[in-house]
Design a protein around this ligand. Sequence first.
Ligand SMILES: Cc1cc2nc3c(=O)[nH]c(=O)nc-3n(C[C@H](O)[C@H](O)[C@H](O)COP(=O)(O)OP(=O)(O)OC[C@H]3O[C@@H](n4cnc5c(N)ncnc54)[C@H](O)[C@@H]3O)c2cc1C
Length: 458
Amino acid sequence: MRYQELSHWLSTVDEPLDPRPSLPGDADADVVIVGAGYTGLWTAYHLATADPSLRITVLEAEIAGYGASGRNGGWCSALFPTSLPALARRHGRDRALAMQRAMQQTVREVGRVVAAEGIDCDWHQGGTVVLARSQAQLGRARAEVATARAHGLDPDDLVLLDATEASARCAAEGVLGATYTPHCAVVHPAKLVRGLARAVERHGVRLHERTPVTAIRAGAAVTPYGTVRAPVVVRATEGYTPGLPGQRRAIAPVYSLMVATEPLSAQTWDRIGLAERETFSDHRHVIIYGQRTADGRLAFGGRGAPYHFGSRVSPAYDREPAVFRTLRRVLGELFPVLGPEVPVTHTWGGPLGVARDWSASVGLDRATGLGWAGGYVGDGVGTSNLAGRTLADLIRGVNSDLTTLPWVNHRSPKWEPEPLRWLAVNAGLRLMFSADRAEHRKGRPSRRAAAFSRLLGH
Ligand SMILES: Cc1cc2nc3c(=O)[nH]c(=O)nc-3n(C[C@H](O)[C@H](O)[C@H](O)COP(=O)(O)OP(=O)(O)OC[C@H]3O[C@@H](n4cnc5c(N)ncnc54)[C@H](O)[C@@H]3O)c2cc1C
């Protein structure tokens, strides 16, 4: 497999992506981690730096960064998939706010490690601007700011911009306003994950690539090349989790797809803005996301690709021509300066993990030594670092501010058996699309989408 073809990002790392040696045979460790995306590598990193005496092994089916970590939109944000009100309802206002503050601190923490380890990944904390381009979207922007205030966040965390202020940051077509938060950094995702892999090796972690784990059980991770025995086994397989025995209904893999343009001219950037490399989106229901890359491209993505029966994951699903066409069209609508033929040079995609209750979680079962983290619903670039630090504390038996956060040891229910799962996930996706289309036509908020959001507990 040519790993470079998996994403624009993997095609622009400064290394050949030759796989590291596979596991040579049976081995013992203190901690074995399955999956070398951000979750697995942050866990290894924080364990190894907190206790250099630990013997840590990471097993990866392909190469570090093969999964979503090498393909994503590069928003290292403080976004958490469960909203503040939903967290407050379940855990109280103080713990909900603590979760949000921990996420904000996580953005700074990733920046700190990137600098400390010399990971050259185009990191820049320029915040996020989420545009409102219809009255319905503006209503949601206002409501989001009001909700944030009611739950203890202040204008330094999230602010409403008027049309002029919003356009000064991102001069998209038809901007009526925006929300802006400084709590987001833009990153070259593959350079981050590959740099992290080198960093953990420098700290003494063993990383074996092309080593698929065929079973995880208490005390062992089994591969075709041998078994790694360890009192702690961490599952860090996110959207690929259903491929593990006994995990088919734990996580639903949902695909997100992206396009990248050719490098744009300085004059084009003068028209678009994003001078601080703010990540950008708008307040529609079906998520879109973009960034200005360090080499002057627009990298732009969105959800909306179908969920595949049986939670199957396949390289064939990374490419959906209809979704790429839609992304290209939306990009042209946002920025008409790109012309009728938006100059797209790269298209790709990948699976992200969604738990049945839309809740990300991290935890360690002390009785079995089995740990896990994931279900980030597309907000994993930052969240995986918080997960890694939390797992490092849980595994070392340290009680900290992190181990009392509300997502720790949360158990999501299983997804329904098929065909219900397939029907439900795809019906939800279609509903969101039709809500956006209806809003676009009528210019007022969609009641169907609001009802669906309530159903998800948002
Ligand atoms: C197109 C796209 C855009 C996204 N944009 C953003 C964004 O802008 N911001 C954001 O916060 N999040 C975003 N996300 C989500 C984010 O990328 C993920 O949440 C995050 O990368 C998850 O990291 P992870 O390490 O948990 O999983 P992954 O990166 O998917 O890593 C899992 C690893 O486990 C390996 N593996 C799986 N099964 C086995 C096995 N049996 N044995 C051994 N290894 C195994 C896989 O090969 C893979 O390398 C996006 C995702 C996609 C797909």
